[in-house]
Ligand binder design. Structure first.
Ligand code: FES
Length: 150
Protein backbone atom coordinates (compact mmCIF):
# COMPACT_ATOMS: atom_id res chain seq x y z
CA UNK A 1 0.00 0.00 0.00
CA UNK A 2 1.35 3.40 -0.99
CA UNK A 3 1.30 6.11 1.68
CA UNK A 4 2.10 9.75 1.05
CA UNK A 5 5.09 11.36 2.72
CA UNK A 6 2.73 13.42 4.86
CA UNK A 7 0.95 10.33 6.14
CA UNK A 8 4.31 8.77 7.03
CA UNK A 9 5.46 12.00 8.70
CA UNK A 10 2.33 12.33 10.85
CA UNK A 11 2.45 8.63 11.68
CA UNK A 12 6.12 8.70 12.70
CA UNK A 13 5.96 12.12 14.45
CA UNK A 14 2.36 12.61 15.49
CA UNK A 15 1.50 16.14 16.70
CA UNK A 16 -0.56 16.86 19.82
CA UNK A 17 -0.39 13.41 21.36
CA UNK A 18 -1.55 13.26 24.96
CA UNK A 19 -4.33 14.24 27.27
CA UNK A 20 -5.75 17.51 28.61
CA UNK A 21 -6.60 17.61 32.28
CA UNK A 22 -10.07 18.92 32.91
CA UNK A 23 -10.89 19.34 29.19
CA UNK A 24 -13.78 21.45 27.90
CA UNK A 25 -14.89 18.42 25.95
CA UNK A 26 -13.69 14.93 25.20
CA UNK A 27 -14.86 12.59 22.48
CA UNK A 28 -14.15 8.93 21.99
CA UNK A 29 -15.11 6.94 18.96
CA UNK A 30 -14.36 3.44 17.84
CA UNK A 31 -14.50 1.53 14.64
CA UNK A 32 -16.37 -1.72 15.18
CA UNK A 33 -14.72 -3.46 12.24
CA UNK A 34 -11.05 -2.93 13.04
CA UNK A 35 -11.44 -2.26 16.78
CA UNK A 36 -9.45 0.97 16.62
CA UNK A 37 -10.24 3.70 19.13
CA UNK A 38 -9.60 7.44 19.00
CA UNK A 39 -10.03 9.97 21.80
CA UNK A 40 -9.79 13.75 21.35
CA UNK A 41 -9.56 16.33 24.14
CA UNK A 42 -10.43 19.98 23.57
CA UNK A 43 -9.61 23.06 25.60
CA UNK A 44 -12.06 25.77 24.50
CA UNK A 45 -12.02 29.34 25.80
CA UNK A 46 -14.96 31.65 26.55
CA UNK A 47 -14.95 32.94 22.96
CA UNK A 48 -15.42 29.37 21.72
CA UNK A 49 -11.92 29.20 20.31
CA UNK A 50 -10.06 25.90 20.55
CA UNK A 51 -6.95 26.84 22.52
CA UNK A 52 -5.53 23.36 22.79
CA UNK A 53 -6.24 19.91 21.50
CA UNK A 54 -4.71 16.53 22.24
CA UNK A 55 -5.41 13.03 21.07
CA UNK A 56 -4.82 9.43 21.95
CA UNK A 57 -5.35 6.85 19.26
CA UNK A 58 -5.13 3.14 19.61
CA UNK A 59 -5.16 2.15 16.02
CA UNK A 60 -3.61 1.84 12.62
CA UNK A 61 -1.08 4.23 11.13
CA UNK A 62 -3.67 6.01 9.02
CA UNK A 63 -5.82 6.64 12.09
CA UNK A 64 -2.82 8.07 13.94
CA UNK A 65 -1.84 10.27 10.97
CA UNK A 66 -5.48 11.39 10.57
CA UNK A 67 -5.84 12.33 14.23
CA UNK A 68 -2.52 14.16 14.18
CA UNK A 69 -3.52 16.15 11.09
CA UNK A 70 -7.05 16.79 12.38
CA UNK A 71 -5.73 18.23 15.66
CA UNK A 72 -3.44 20.55 13.68
CA UNK A 73 -6.40 21.65 11.58
CA UNK A 74 -8.68 22.58 14.50
CA UNK A 75 -6.12 24.15 16.84
CA UNK A 76 -6.71 27.88 17.23
CA UNK A 77 -9.97 27.67 15.30
CA UNK A 78 -13.51 28.48 16.39
CA UNK A 79 -15.79 25.56 17.15
CA UNK A 80 -17.71 26.34 13.96
CA UNK A 81 -14.56 26.20 11.85
CA UNK A 82 -13.64 22.94 13.57
CA UNK A 83 -17.01 21.46 12.66
CA UNK A 84 -16.31 22.20 9.01
CA UNK A 85 -13.25 19.92 9.08
CA UNK A 86 -14.45 16.82 7.28
CA UNK A 87 -12.69 13.51 6.93
CA UNK A 88 -12.15 14.37 3.27
CA UNK A 89 -10.40 17.59 4.23
CA UNK A 90 -8.18 15.64 6.65
CA UNK A 91 -7.34 13.06 3.97
CA UNK A 92 -6.61 15.80 1.44
CA UNK A 93 -4.34 17.61 3.89
CA UNK A 94 -2.43 14.32 4.18
CA UNK A 95 -2.06 14.24 0.37
CA UNK A 96 -4.54 11.41 0.24
CA UNK A 97 -5.12 8.06 1.90
CA UNK A 98 -5.44 4.72 0.13
CA UNK A 99 -9.16 4.05 -0.56
CA UNK A 100 -9.37 1.17 1.93
CA UNK A 101 -8.00 3.52 4.59
CA UNK A 102 -10.45 6.38 4.09
CA UNK A 103 -12.60 5.12 6.98
CA UNK A 104 -9.69 5.82 9.33
CA UNK A 105 -10.03 9.54 8.62
CA UNK A 106 -13.75 9.29 9.40
CA UNK A 107 -12.78 8.44 12.97
CA UNK A 108 -10.95 11.78 13.26
CA UNK A 109 -13.95 13.78 12.05
CA UNK A 110 -16.25 11.87 14.39
CA UNK A 111 -13.96 12.21 17.40
CA UNK A 112 -13.89 16.00 16.99
CA UNK A 113 -17.68 16.07 16.68
CA UNK A 114 -18.06 13.80 19.71
CA UNK A 115 -15.79 16.10 21.75
CA UNK A 116 -17.83 19.14 20.69
CA UNK A 117 -21.08 17.36 21.59
CA UNK A 118 -19.59 16.71 25.02
CA UNK A 119 -18.51 20.37 25.29
CA UNK A 120 -21.98 21.60 24.30
CA UNK A 121 -23.63 19.30 26.83
CA UNK A 122 -21.32 20.25 29.69
CA UNK A 123 -21.65 23.97 29.03
CA UNK A 124 -25.29 23.99 28.06
CA UNK A 125 -24.55 25.47 24.66
CA UNK A 126 -26.57 24.82 21.54
CA UNK A 127 -24.41 24.24 18.45
CA UNK A 128 -26.76 24.20 15.44
CA UNK A 129 -24.32 22.22 13.25
CA UNK A 130 -24.54 19.35 15.70
CA UNK A 131 -28.32 19.01 15.53
CA UNK A 132 -29.13 15.48 14.50
CA UNK A 133 -25.50 14.34 14.41
CA UNK A 134 -25.24 10.74 15.50
CA UNK A 135 -21.81 9.37 16.18
CA UNK A 136 -21.73 5.92 14.69
CA UNK A 137 -19.36 4.17 17.04
CA UNK A 138 -19.23 0.54 18.01
CA UNK A 139 -21.79 0.99 20.76
CA UNK A 140 -24.66 1.51 18.39
CA UNK A 141 -23.60 -0.47 15.42
CA UNK A 142 -26.38 -2.04 13.48
CA UNK A 143 -24.50 -5.02 12.16
CA UNK A 144 -24.41 -8.03 14.36
CA UNK A 145 -20.89 -8.92 15.25
CA UNK A 146 -20.11 -12.56 15.77
CA UNK A 147 -19.29 -12.87 19.43
CA UNK A 148 -17.51 -16.16 19.08
CA UNK A 149 -15.27 -15.21 16.18
CA UNK A 150 -11.98 -16.06 17.87
FE1 FES B 1 -8.99 0.91 11.89
FE2 FES B 1 -7.57 2.42 10.33
S1 FES B 1 -7.83 0.30 10.17
S2 FES B 1 -8.90 3.02 11.91
Amino acid sequence: MQYSEKVMDHFMNPRNVGQIEDPSGVGEVGNAKCGDIMRIYLDIDENQIIQDVKFMTFGCGSAIASSSMATEMVKGKSIHEALAVTNKAVAEALDGLPPVKMHCSVLAEQAIKAALIDYAKKHNIHIPELDGVVIDDDHDHHHDIEEDEE
